[in-house]
Design a protein. Structure first.
Ligand code: NAI
Ligand code: MG
Length: 485
């Protein structure tokens, strides 16, 4: 494909597509070939986007009645549903994930806008008992301009997850999608305009992290930041937020364990454990990437999982296989790097290599992999691999399982597999993680469910009613109410 054939995607600022000063090639992860190019925004575009958001916030959106904001969000949801198959195809080309997953992503994105359209109408402050001659109450006010930096694994879902509550609450947004998968965010910007949001309510500035991303994080005109991605960049974004004294939500992934007790239901657990680490090739913040299993059921379970892993069809996302490629050569090499050292002590039970065959040529594939007998001092036990790699460790006592679960510094999610309701409750309360799934594991979960990390998995909460509160600030008003003279 020559450069002239590549579809071009530009930034959307103040409701307009702006000419690009430079370009970034967008690669199809299933074959490594560029199929589009996207504007390479920098400080200047980010500054324009922040100005546009500020203008729209002060002149229109801050003053818009709640019914108007809610109605706009509902129209966005409807428009996303109408564009469902177009968005899903774009997402699959961009990220490599199986098409049916992208269709789910589009549906979930629509749900976010519907959900916050509803919830925002019930959002209010409180009256507070104070002094006899004072009437005290709180107001929930939007922050103003929100900056959102998102990753490439679930771009459409995460864009909707972070932008929907912000817009519903009355903020205006600047969204910086990942350079590896920016396209559905830019399509969302158009959809939002078509749905009748004022130009400037959602501005999208694609570009590299160290350019557009860093400029957005540091911009003094941004009143609130939200970041999803790696822990290293999370730290950088939080430092930038500190310099401007603005709040920041961080969603930094995890190393989430499944804890499997002897009385678990294998028929239910096996497919869900497989899914939890192979959905989008394991490139999922809440992937169930560790299996902590009781010695008495270890061999049988791992054998069953290995057979299931080997049976997975791997291929280009557009052909809707069980698992697609990783996002980039960089990510594939990162995963292979972990495997090269992890397999040294651990025992390889499935996968472990790049799949062979013509269909994989040029693509960023890694086989679904199981490493058994992984020890807490292995790097693969503690670090987020972000690939289709399940690390298995054995325990004898429940306390040991908890200790292993908490050996990493992350605390995003955990799966608990047992028929004993008391043990399940005890673990749910004991584990220092943001979400516990009992006899169940769903990474995306419902839009209604608050989602956030403990420990180094992040700060703040996304999704659910909680997230809407996070996009508003609390103002306290007291009025002197003396008895009439
Ligand atoms: P990253 O953290 O570099 O990228 C996430 C976003 O941050 C992208 O939009 C990127 O452009 C932006 N960014 C990068 N540098 C920035 C900077 N200096 N200032 C502001 N924004 C910046 O993640 P990357 O390098 O793509 O992936 C590396 C690892 O991060 C993965 O292997 C995985 O372990 C983790 N990760 C976790 C995610 C999650 O869902 N929590 C999502 C993506 C990656
Ligand atoms: Mg990076």
């Amino acid at each position: 494909m020559s450069e002239a054939d590549l579809t071009e995607y530009t930034a959307v600022i103040a409701g307009k597509k702006v000419p690009a000063a430079g370009w970034i090639d967008v690669l199809d992860p299933s074959n490594g070939r560029p199929f589009a190019r996207v504007a390479r925004c920098g400080e200047a575009e980010v500054a324009d986007a922040v100005d546009a958001a500020r203008y729209t916030y002060e002149s229109v959106w801050r003053l818009a009645p709640v019914a108007e904001r809610s109605g706009a969000c509902r129209r966005i949801a409807t428009a996303i549903r109408s564009a469902r198959s177009e968005l899903a195809t774009l997402e699959t080309l961009d990220t490599g994930k199986p098409l049916r997953q992208s269709l789910v992503d589009a549906d979930v994105a629509a749900r976010y806008f519907d959900f916050y359209a509803g919830v925002v109408e019930a959002l209010g402050g409180e009256t507070i008992l104070h002094q006899a001659d004072r009437f005290a109450f709180t107001l929930r006010e939007p922050y103003g301009v929100c900056g959102h930096i998102i990753p490439w694994n679930y771009p459409l879902q995460i864009a909707a997850r972070t932008v929907a509550p912000a817009l519903a609450a009355g903020n205006c947004c600047v969204l910086k999608p990942a350079e590896d998968a920016p396209l559905t965010s830019l399509r969302l910007a158009e959809i939002v305009l078509e749905a009748g949001l004022p130009p400037g309510a959602l501005n999208v500035v694609p570009g590299y992290g160290e350019e557009a991303g860093a400029a957005l994080a540091a911009h003094p005109g941004v009143d609130r930041l939200a970041f999803t991605g790696s822990r290293e960049i999370g730290e950088a974004v939080m430092s930038a937020a500190a310099r401007n004294i603005v709040p920041v939500t961080l969603e930094l992934g995890g190393k989430s364990p499944h804890i499997v007790l002897p009385d678990f239901d294998a028929a239910r657990a096996v497919p869900l454990i497989v899914d939890s680490i192979t959905e989008h090739a394991g490139q999922n913040c809440s992937a169930g990437s560790r299996l902590l299993v009781h010695r008495s059921v270890h061999e049988e379970l791992v054998a069953e999982l290995a057979a299931a892993f080997r049976a997975l069809r791997v291929g280009p996302g557009i052909a809707d296989p069980d698992m697609g490629p990783l996002i980039s050569a960089k990510q594939r090499d990162r995963v292979l790097g972990y495997l090269a050292e992890g397999a040294g002590d651990g025992v390889l039970r499935a996968g472990g290599a790049v799949p062979e065959g013509e269909v994989y040529a040029g693509g960023f594939y890694v086989e679904p992999t199981i490493l058994d007998h992984v020890k807490p001092w292995h790097r693969v036990f503690n670090e987020e691999i972000f690939g289709p790699v399940l690390c298995v460790s054995v325990f004898d006592e429940l306390d040991e399982a908890v200790e292993l679960a908490e050996h990493t510094t992350y605390g995003l999610a955990a799966g608990v597999w047992t028929s004993d309701v008391t043990t399940a409750h005890w673990l749910a309360q004991r584990l220092r993680v943001g979400q516990v799934f009992v006899n169940n594991y769903s990474a995306a979960g419902g839009v209604e469910l608050p989602f956030g990390g403990y420990r180094r998995s992040g700060i703040g909460v996304e999704k659910g009613v909680e997230a809407l509160r996070e996009y508003t600030r609390c103002k306290t008003v007291t009025i002197h109410t003396p008895a009439p003279a």
